[in-house]
Design a binder for this molecule. Structure first.
Ligand code: 13P
Length: 255
């Protein structure tokens, strides 16, 4: 049983998929299929240019819209970047920071992830902060050290009062887009480690109240077992979130 102080959040990360018109249709369909499912929060994190269409399609439904990254400066000469204020005014409520694809392909470090998280929280966005070990680290038996360090570095300087607006997504990099999923036991073990780190950084109460998602090939077939674990409070879903019927089944599993 999960403590009732925590909100279960099922979030889709569409990555670089869907044009604005496709996004409108997919949000409408997702909203229709998840209507009335009040057992969890439902979020779709969409490409920047899809945000207006997605927000419009989600209006009056239980689907919330998020972005997939945000810059740490408020404005200025940062070609190609998007600020937290821009996201807010476009209607986004959530933003992902620190996704492993950003770290792997776009040079994000714990320092830039931390700065992005701070900027987003200060502006009033809710943050989904991703972290997780790569395969070589798991095989070397240093998952706990890696995940603990990422948690500490990525949250550095974020005060306890802002933790109510921050979700941690544990995404083992070896399970992302590979079809390989952490077992429920592996997911539980690492989510519990992250919660212990939060208790040390903040307090047991903050740790107990923080939503910790699992991400990495979560789908309609394995979601129920993963979500049944005490410390797994939701999912961040890539591939399966692109198919509203599959995503809706994951939302069902969270009820
Ligand atoms: P997949 O569900 O496609 O493995 O992606 C997970 C992920 O990266 C979510 O952010």
């Amino acid at each position: 049983m999960k403590p009732s102080v925590r909100t279960t959040v099922i979030a889709g990360n569409w990555k670089m998929n869907m044009t604005p018109s496709a996004a409108r249709d997919a949000v409408r369909e997702t909203a229709a299929l998840t209507a009335g499912k009040s057992g969890c929060e439902v979020v779709l994190c969409v490409p920047f240019v899809d945000i207006p269409a997605a927000v419009e399609a989600a209006r009056g439904t239980n689907v919330k819209i998020g972005a997939q990254n945000v810059h740490f400066e408020k404005k200025g000469a940062f070609t190609g970047e998007i600020s937290a204020d821009m996201l807010l005014e476009s209607g986004a409520e959530y933003v992902i920071v620190g996704h492993s694809e950003r770290r792997q392909y776009f040079g994000e470090t714990d320092e830039t992830v931390n700065r992005r998280a701070k900027a987003a929280l200060d502006a009033g966005l809710k943050v989904i902060l991703c972290l997780g070990e790569v395969l070589a680290q798991r095989q070397a038996g240093i998952t706990e050290e890696i995940v603990s360090l990422q948690t500490k570095l990525d949250l550095a300087g974020i005060p306890a009062e802002q933790m109510k607006d921050l979700i941690i997504a544990y995404e083992p990099v070896w399970a992302i887009g590979t079809g390989l999923t952490a077992t429920p036991e592996q997911a539980e073990e690492v989510c519990a480690i992250i919660r212990r780190v939060l208790a040390g950084l903040y307090s047991p109460a903050v740790a107990e109240a923080t939503t910790i998602q699992y991400g990495g090939s979560m789908n309609d077939g394995n979601a129920a077992q993963l979500l049944a674990k005490e410390n797994v409070d939701g999912g961040l879903i890539g591939g399966a979130s692109l198919v509203p019927a599959k995503f809706a089944k994951i939302v069902d599993a969270a009820q």
